[in-house]
Design a protein around this ligand. Structure first.
Ligand SMILES: *Cc1c(COP(=O)(O)O)cnc(C)c1O
Length: 419
């Protein structure tokens, strides 16, 4: 069973100050998980986790992760600005972007971020805009189909990211000529993997590539970035990835491939978003309408504009009806938001306890790619974000949007203006 990290009483206390819907993050869980990830790779002296900012772009959370030794993985101008604002510097920022605008490259270079190039042609672009730095990284796309196990499979040949194998060699040679001295290799080949095989299988591909590229070009490979892709057990019957085991398996591959090649000084980086924060954030919403037609519907005060994953991917998010944890799940509901889109359903045919208007519902595992995917379709406003501290106190770390925010880009008589 999935148990929320917060009690109904605490939610009622928060709700008095911050009306639903709101996101709630668990500081204790986040810190513990960040420490566990660090421990899993502690065998590697250069190891660093670069939190994927796009998963949860809130500076208060970035700050908290910075205290735990994490850097930031950015993919856009504004994510770079957030990382800069929390005081992350130089090598603490990874810039893994694609289809990258000039301004984004310029700011990444100015901040001294490590730039992870998505394409061969970006070498010339970066050279023209800011020059090639001494430390540079290239994103690899092996093409074809990537298979780590029966459960973990993806299709890099259809993905827009990265350099081909030949381009990696040519790219390294070109970058060397332009002054690069230290190289990184990055790849992201499968998303939301819940088996433990993904990182070790990816490591095998990237470590062997590093050995080959070093042989072919003489380039000094200083780090290998396993990127994101470690998943979350969204369903209660799934087993979450075992990060300590994953760390041990990556170490084994490291010792099999890199160490014998005399490359035992390569640092391992990760860019986890989902695994690091996913389970430690929830969306708290209230049942505001009950509807009986051909099916039974419960309407929430949240909608897909607050949490898009179910509408976009048909993703499962577990739901707890607070205060009814031990009641029998003998009612079949569609749990909906109010968008004029029939895919605005947080759950379809979900067996739950009888829900009454006013009940608080917790949507689990929304801490990553949750609030950040929010949007304003139907004029819906994005919710607040709240951080629950270890001692039970809490802080609003982002207020809810107001109509004035929604109209902020319009200059039209009769509409409210942000002061
Ligand atoms: C999205 C992304 C991540 C994080 O992915 P998760 O699925 O949250 O682990 C890491 N690196 C890059 C380049 C990404 O685009």
């Amino acid at each position: 069973m999935k148990k929320p990290f917060v009690t109904l009483d605490k939610l009622k206390e928060i709700e008095k100050k911050i009306p639903t819907p709101f996101y709630l993050y668990d500081e204790k869980g986040i810190r513990e998980n960040a420490r566990k990830i660090k421990q899993a790779f502690s065998w590697n002296p250069g190891y660093r986790e670069y939190f994927a900012v796009k998963a949860t772009p809130n500076p208060y959370l970035l700050q908290l992760l910075k205290q735990e030794g994490c850097g930031a993985d950015c993919s856009s101008l504004t994510e770079l600005m957030l990382s800069d604002a929390v005081g992350l510097k130089n090598r603490e920022i990874m810039f893994s972007s694609n289809d990258t605008p000039d301004d984004d490259f310029r700011l990444a270079a100015k901040l001294g971020a490590t730039i992870n190039l998505d394409d061969f042609t970006h070498i010339d672009v970066l050279n023209r805009l800011a020059g090639i730095p001494e430390t540079i990284s290239c994103r690899y796309n092996p093409g074809g189909v990537f298979k780590a196990s029966n459960a973990i499979m993806d299709n890099p040949g259809e993905s827009k990211y990265g350099f081909t194998r030949e381009q990696m060699t040519e790219g390294f040679k070109k970058l060397q000529k332009l002054g690069a001295k230290n190289f990184g290799i990055h790849a992201f080949l499968a998303s939301n993997t819940t088996g433990n095989e993904y990182y070790p299988a990816l490591a095998k591909v990237l470590f062997q590539l590093a050995v080959d590229l070093h042989r072919e070009t003489g380039a000094h490979i200083s780090f290998i970035n396993l990127s994101g892709g470690v998943g979350v057990a969204y369903r209660p019957d799934q087993t979450p990835p075992d990060i300590l085991k994953i760390g041990r398996q990556v170490k084994k591959v490291y010792e099999e491939v890199l160490v014998p090649a005399g490359m035992g000084d390569v640092a391992i980086y990760t860019e986890m978003g989902r695994f690091l924060l996913g389970p430690y954030g929830i969306l708290v919403a209230k049942a505001i309408r009950v509807k009986h037609i051909y099916k039974e519907y419960i309407g929430l005060d949240a909608c897909a504009a607050n949490l898009m994953r179910p509408a976009m991917y048909g993703a499962y998010h577990h739901i707890t009806v607070m205060g009814k944890e031990s009641a029998p799940c003998d009612h079949k509901y569609d749990i909906t938001g109010g968008l004029c889109e029939n895919n605005d359903k947080f759950a379809i045919d979900r067996m739950l306890p009888k829900i009454d208007i006013g009940d608080l519902l917790v949507l689990h595992d929304a801490g990553a790619h949750g609030h950040s995917m929010g949007y304003n379709y139907n004029g819906k406003l994005r919710s607040a974000e709240v951080l629950l501290h270890e001692d039970g106190s809490f802080d609003q770390i982002r207020r809810a949007e107001t109509p004035a925010d929604y109209f902020a880009t319009l200059d039209f008589p009769g509409l409210p203006k942000r002061s």
